[in-house]
Design a protein around this ligand. Structure first.
Ligand SMILES: NC(=O)c1ccc[n+]([C@@H]2O[C@H](COP(=O)([O-])OP(=O)(O)OC[C@H]3O[C@@H](n4cnc5c(N)ncnc54)[C@H](O)[C@@H]3O)[C@@H](O)[C@H]2O)c1
Length: 345
């Protein structure tokens, strides 16, 4: 059994608690939140779990092997570092930290102590995103573009911009499904409300190949859209997370361009364009709850001392892009190079 403590019982924390409580290999020992009224709700549902407002009780319990952190982003680093220093593995909500340097320090601390750092990149554990990865890697051919829209009305966050809140999902999905890593980023965004972080953002990711990626996030949209288009030389795929069952649709569509030999008097470089409009295929998807699968993987990693799919390095790669995009936004959208990837043990 792995002893677990959850810190933060606001909007997302209850999902962690419910899924940990369902895992047979977990002894859910503590839930901690600074707001007592939130913990009162928990007491009736999980009477065997101790509740506290004092995180030291969680860190000082020798039977706690791992701590899950579902508090605001600005608190992730301090809480995760305290947990690691107390000898606990950590599962940290997205984005892993507020800066890349903080994520690097967490990874180094965990490596030194032989502990696990995982980040909650929930979507990469969904059947839809696993299938998207499979389709991109086996059916699409050369990937030409990745285009993602994640917009809705709210929830406005006080401490992070829409990019640090919503684009994290797209960047973590891209990190998982694409074979390539971006070289540079440019971004524009705007806050339409004085004193609040940007509520709309457009990110362009630049690669060393012909792949182009674009992410559009917005808290001020009248409708909810969660749609990603990926185009390749052989096929194209649409991932629509709002579709009840056919979330992934693979299209046998594309274009071929053949240069034609110019006839007398014709312009040079004319192309013969052929359009292919073949079938659409919607594969069957695994509908297991992503968070349950993700937490089960984390617990297995703590038991075996192995790295999870979304480890600290995956969290760091996403934060590096967010940091570079923030810098680009501050300079009106200029291209910002991403730092060279560091190899951790
Ligand atoms: N994976 C996902 O899909 C997903 C979805 C939503 C939120 N999140 C992430 O979860 C985290 C929390 O978001 P939320 O929407 O639940 O926020 P929230 O504000 O609703 O809840 C945060 C809770 O943490 C508590 N808290 C703050 N500091 C604390 C401390 N030092 N010790 C103990 N408790 C403390 C607050 O009292 C609050 O109850 C964020 O990192 C967010 O990005 C992830």
């Amino acid at each position: 059994m792995i002893g677990v403590g959850v810190i933060g019982y606001g909007y997302w924390g209850p999902n962690l608690v419910r899924n940990f409580a369902d895992l047979l290999s977990v002894d859910l020992r503590w839930v901690c939140d600074l707001q007592t009224e939130r913990l009162a709700r928990l007491r009736s549902r999980y009477p065997a779990v101790s509740i506290t407002e004092d995180i030291a009780q969680v860190f000082n319990d020798p039977k706690v092997d791992a701590v899950a952190i579902a508090t605001p982003v600005s608190t992730h680093f301090d809480l995760a570092m305290r947990a690691l220093k107390a000898g606990k593995s950590v599962f940290v909500e997205k984005p892993i930290t507020a800066t890349a340097e903080q994520a690097e320090r967490l990874i180094e601390e965990a490596d030194r102590r032989g502990l696990v750092v995982a980040v909650d990149h929930t979507f990469i554990h969904t059947g839809a995103v696993k299938k998207l990865r499979e389709v991109i890697q086996s059916d699409l051919g050369e990937v030409y573009y990745y285009d993602s829209v994640r917009v809705n009305l709210g929830l406005f966050q006080h401490d992070v911009s829409v990019m640090w809140d919503l684009a994290v999902h797209d960047l973590s999905i891209m990190d998982y499904v694409l074979g390539a890593r971006p070289r540079a980023v440019s971004a524009t965004g705007m806050s339409h409300f004085a004193g609040s972080p940007e509520n709309i953002a457009y990110l362009n990711l630049h690669f060393d190949c012909k792949l182009m990626a674009h992410v559009h996030v917005n808290w001020l949209a009248p409708v909810k859209v969660r749609r990603t288009l990926v185009g390749g030389s052989n096929k194209m795929v649409v991932y629509d997370d709002l579709e009840p069952s056919e979330k992934i649709k693979v299209y046998d569509r594309g274009v071929t361009l053949d240069p034609m030999a110019p006839k007398a008097g014709e312009r040079k470089n004319q192309m013969r364009i052929g359009y292919r409009a073949g079938d659409m295929f919607a594969p069957q998807l695994d509908i297991t709850e992503a968070l349950g699968a993700e937490l089960a993987e984390f617990i297995a990693c703590v038991q075996r001392g192995t790295k999870p799919t979304a480890d600290g390095a995956a969290g760091l790669r996403v934060v590096r892009i967010l940091e570079a995009a923030t810098a680009s936004m501050a300079k009106g959208g200029t291209l910002v190079e991403l730092p060279q990837e560091r190899v951790f043990a």
